[in-house]
Design a protein around this ligand. Structure first.
Ligand code: PLP
Length: 1021
């Protein structure tokens, strides 16, 4: 091998004047070398096999030269001529055999097959590159392009039909026959298209992708022109599409992005777009038949069969709706969705106002009623629509006529049938594709225009249509279109049958009641469709908000047929970008927003949230909605109290003592006194005052990277804030100690003495405060440091610290804002895990489940020290409403067994995460207790990986899971859901995290230049 590389290294020096190191690259017949030249450049040296077809090599060289001239920006490798100016010299090899040899630029990046994620944005860019390539190649001609009997020329793919017998499985053979027949059906149209030079093999190993983790990925190369031929350009796109869809989780979306990109660079016509799907499938048929034949020739090569698997998985995937593909791809190109679409739109617009009134009255004055995600709370549980709620939907809009919007996202489509994936937080179809007219059951419906019955059925399943009629209509030019009327009295099935004419204005049906119409409040769902391809009689009444381009084109706003202006019935959700702008205009810049692309959330239920389009998110981050978002008992208590009165602690109310009793029932007996305030911050402020009143001293010891709130004193004891760049710095009455982090800190898990060693660090801190004359008021710590990185201190740490603090006269404050109230599963409070007994316990966030509430509990002795004659008063703290809500939260934790749920769910989450830890090098540590969990992400050298953490957090959000990140280097994923989380949600988190982490691969951050130890390519010094 060394001989071979040495030989060609010498040839390279002789012919190209390049000194270089060579290494072999893959190549079936030819010799390919990666060339690392001493001039700092990389090349690929291609030594063609003896007797290769020179014309085909020349074709490639000439095509590359042509593209370089026509479109120099495209990512194709330059061909480097030898010292004599020859681009394809003939050089004798070791055996004196003449070889054609060429030297190409080596393009950066990895192959698309290995690139992740395969985002729409990346695929769109690929489409653009391919489109621009075909444009550049339009004027290229070469003898070698005409390749008779070339099996990879898609226009000649008919050869497959004669070889189907090679496929043993009859079902698969039948599928391939169907694909061949579809191909035959388009062969005339294909033959009518102009031919040009095309790349013809944009498969996922011929596409190079460049881009760091989470950065914009780009297409850095389109290589291997060895399969070039003359064919219609649409074949090039279909071939690329055939690889893009394989094993893509959203193949239709991926193909749409590819076609959209291609069209942006090289405008397609509708007749070409219609060929993409049959050609794509035919390319895959060619591929599987070819490899089946090869497998027969090489029975011992398992790779040949394995490589077929993705193509079969795709071809056999029923979830892809081929019937809708033309419409989808046309819509992506902004082309009319059917050939008659423009004429139909013109016809409907022209006749607006002249159609027969469906309800014998002008609907222009009829009010609209919104059932949108933002405006409506039907149903209360967005994952289940009970019969009695369905029958009452919209009752707030009265009993007379009212209209429901087109394009309105709704949560009333709650059942799993509307979900597009296995999880509750999977994407779901929410957007209404029709106009509803709500009217009393029995109201007669008149046909807006004449037509013929296309279908009439009784779909009597729960929440289906009940009676439903589809009419077919025609424009004067003969373009067919269709209208659907759902939720009818099924008696219509007895009167009408397919083919029956229906005259304009004819009373052809009437509205069903809830017992007849699928269970809904009486209304008609009135939908228009320009084609029924891919839908037949089973039209989706609602669409995925991310597919509205398609659905607006296939099922446009039917307002014209109701003699209404489009705008009246077209729903527009709040524009997230306008709200973002408002944030920028009217809020401080340091009011931060999570995610590169922020989410707007308008509804919630338990541990799920919904954005303005009804997209669901699994909330695995927010600890404030402790007992779940929108808990009905919290709603009821709040509403009930607000109906009565809401005042402050200057008056007696049983709710105050009831809440105090409940809180104290969860704590050791020494805690006898409660203070109610508005927030965790206020509780910590008060804790400082109590400690100082009790000790007469000022100094505070606290662990580094802690957070206790946003006021002056709370920030002063929060290193996470005061030590940040721009922070106020450390006050001289505060001493920091190292966090008891036994993963990354000074004392590791293998050190049995680590708890005491960490605790010993408070000694010098106490001494320093005393030396400065502040004395020691106390020690405050988040029991398990959260912003510090979801850290569980070693058992025994806090008792050892407390002992030292008490010995020095200080008060021990446990900030349980993050850890309290059952989140830890095993323990109601974190200090119980430690076996420690604090003097003051601070609670916040979850205790109000979203209502602003903080609680401090302490001993009688400390409360008495504070009671020095000056009134303590917090206007809202301990209000009647707050006390009732706080008590309700604690009652719900008990009544619903949520602490136990946290223990069980937390344990299964931790099990799964430990497994993930063992699979992925970038996971450094997994730690947690109950539903207080951290996943530490690291670089290959073990250092904190802020980049990977940011990437994972954003990608989890793309997959509809909200999690956070923490730690001094922001490299720890924080998983901290409401305590209501269920087993399937834990599965979703684990499955998604695994998917996202596999995208990270072996990411290594670029070395940071310290300007002393320069590294290759740092470019900064
Ligand atoms: C541990 C801890 N203490 C105190 C606070 C402050 O609570 P609030 O934001 O309710 O004032 C927080 C808030 O994140 C916290 O995490």
């Amino acid at each position: 091998m060394a001989e071979l590389t040495d030989f060609w290294a010498l040839a390279l020096r002789t012919h190209w004047g390049l000194e270089a190191k060579l290494s072999r690259l893959d190549g079936e017949y030819d010799l390919n070398f990666l060339v690392r030249a001493t001039n700092g450049q990389d090349y690929v040296l291609k030594v063609m096999r003896p007797g290769c077809e020179a014309q085909l090599i020349d074709l490639q060289v000439e095509a590359l030269k042509h593209i370089a001239l026509e479109a120099p920006g495209l990512p194709f490798p330059a061909v480097h001529p030898d010292l004599n100016g020859a681009v394809l010299p003939e050089i004798p090899d070791q055996n004196e055999q003449p070889r054609l040899v060429w030297l190409l630029e080596c393009l950066p990046g990895q192959c698309y097959a290995k690139a992740a994620p395969k985002s729409d944005e990346l695929i769109l860019k690929l489409g653009r590159v391919l489109g621009a390539t075909d444009r550049a190649l339009e004027g290229f001609s070469h003898e070698g392009l005409h390749r008779p009997n070339f099996k990879w020329d898609l226009t000649q793919a008919g050869w497959v039909t004669d070889k189907l017998d090679a496929v043993a499985d009859p079902t698969r053979r039948a599928l391939l026959s169907e694909i061949s027949a579809d191909f035959q059906a388009i062969s005339d149209r294909l033959a009518g298209l102009p031919k040009q030079a095309i790349h013809n093999d944009a498969n996922d190993y011929n596409i190079l992708v460049e881009g760091e983790l989470g950065q914009r990925q780009t297409i850095s190369g389109l290589i291997d022109l060895g399969d070039m031929c003359a064919a219609p350009r649409i074949c090039d796109l279909a071939i690329a599409g055939a690889y893009i869809v394989l094993d893509h989780p959203k193949p239709e979306q991926a193909l749409t992005a590819l076609v959209r990109g291609y069209h942006a660079a090289n405008r397609l016509r509708a007749d070409e777009v219609d060929l993409i799907w049959p050609l794509l499938r035919m390319r895959l048929a060619v591929s599987v038949v070819n490899s089946t034949l090869m497998a027969a020739e090489n029975p011992n090569d398992p790779y040949v069969t394995i490589s077929q698997a993705p193509a079969w998985r795709f071809l056999e995937n029923d979830a892809v709706n081929g019937g809708l593909m033309s419409a989808r791809l046309r819509a992506a190109c902004g082309l009319p969705v059917t050939d008659g679409a423009e004429r139909i739109h013109a016809y409907l617009s022209e006749h607006r106002g002249q159609f027969a009134e469906m309800f014998e009255q002008d609907l222009n004055e009829v009010p609209m009623g919104s059932l949108s995600v933002e405006n409506s709370t039907w149903p209360q549980n967005p994952f289940h629509m009970p019969l009695d709620e369905a029958a009452r939907v919209g009752e707030e809009f009265g009993e007379g006529l009212w209209l429901g919007y087109y394009n309105e996202p709704r949560l009333i489509y709650a059942e799993p049938a509307f979900r597009k994936g296995p999880w509750k937080a999977s994407d779901r179809r929410t957007v209404h594709l029709a106009v509803d007219v709500f009217a009393p059951a029995g109201t007669v419906l008149h046909a807006p225009m004449s037509g013929r019955v296309e279908a009439v059925e009784n779909r009597d399943a729960h929440l289906d249509y009940g009676g439903v009629v589809i009419l077919q209509h025609e424009t004067p030019e003969g373009d067919p279109f269709y209208t659907l009327y759902g939720h009818l009295d099924p008696e219509v099935c007895d009167r009408l049958k397919p083919g029956d004419p229906v005259a304009q204005g004819a009373a052809f049906a009437r509205l069903g009641d809830a017992s007849q119409n699928g269970g809904w409040a009486p209304h008609v769902h009135f939908q228009l469709a320009l084609t029924t391809d891919g839908m037949q009689n089973d039209w989706p009444g609602v669409g995925d908000p991310d597919e509205m381009e398609l659905w607006h084109a296939v099922c446009p706003n039917p307002a014209a047929l109701l003699n209404l202006p489009d705008e009246k019935v077209f729903y527009r959700p709040t524009d997230k970008h306008a709200i973002l702008q408002g944030r920028h205009d009217h809020f401080g810049g340091n009011l931060s927003l999570t995610y590169d692309d922020p989410v707007m959330l308008v509804r919630g239920w338990k541990h799920h949230l919904f954005d303005e389009w009804g997209r669901p998110y699994l909330d695995a981050y927010n600890n404030v909605p402790h007992v779940g978002h929108a808990h009905p008992r919290i709603q009821a208590v709040a509403a009930d109290q607000l109906k009565r009165m809401n005042s402050n602690t200057r008056y007696l109310h049983p709710a105050q003592t009831a809440f105090a009793d409940k809180v104290l029932s969860k704590l050791p007996d020494q805690f006898e006194v409660c203070f109610f305030v508005n927030s965790g911050t206020e509780a910590n402020e008060l804790a400082l005052r109590l400690a100082r009143a009790h000790t007469g001293a000022k100094g505070i010891v606290t662990p580094d990277h802690g957070y206790h709130g946003n006021t002056n004193a709370a920030v002063a004891i929060s290193a996470y804030k005061f030590n940040k760049p721009g922070g106020i710095g450390q006050a001289d009455w505060v001493e920091l100690v190292e966090v008891a982090d036994d993963y990354r800190g000074s004392f590791k898990r293998d050190d049995a003495e680590r708890a005491n060693k960490f605790a010993d660090l408070v000694d010098p801190a106490i001494a320093a405060l005393q030396a400065k004359g502040h004395g020691l008021a106390g020690f405050i710590a988040e029991t398990f440091p959260s912003v510090g990185g979801q850290i569980i201190p070693p058992k025994g740490y806090l008792p050892a610290v407390y002992e030292k603090i008490r010995a020095a006269g200080g008060v021990c404050i446990a900030d349980e804002v993050q850890t309290g109230l059952g989140r830890l599963g095993e323990y109601y409070f974190g200090f119980e895990h430690q076996g420690a007994l604090p003097d003051i316990v601070v609670m916040g966030k979850p205790i109000g489940n979203g209502h602003p509430l903080g609680v401090l509990v302490t001993t009688k002795a400390i409360a008495e020290s504070f009671d020095n004659g000056i009134e303590f008063f917090s206007t809202f703290g301990g209000s009647t409403l707050s006390c009732r809500i706080g008590k309700e939260v604690l009652d719900i934790v008990d009544d619903e067994g949520l602490q136990d749920n946290a223990r069980i769910m937390g344990a299964s989450l931790m099990d799964g995460l430990r497994q993930i830890d063992s699979e992925f090098a970038c996971v450094g540590d997994v730690r947690g207790m109950g539903l207080f969990v951290g996943v530490e992400l690291i670089n290959p050298d073990g250092s904190e990986s802020t980049e990977i953490c940011k990437y994972v957090k954003n990608r989890m959000r793309d997959h509809r899971i909200l999690i956070g990140s923490e730690g001094p280097k922001d490299n720890i994923l924080k998983i901290r859901p409401p305590l209501t989380i269920e087993a399937e949600d834990i599965d979703m988190i684990l499955w998604t995290l695994r998917t996202v982490l596999s995208e990270v691969g072996d990411y290594t951050p670029a070395p940071v230049c310290d300007h002393e130890h320069h590294h290759a390519g740092c470019g900064c010094c």
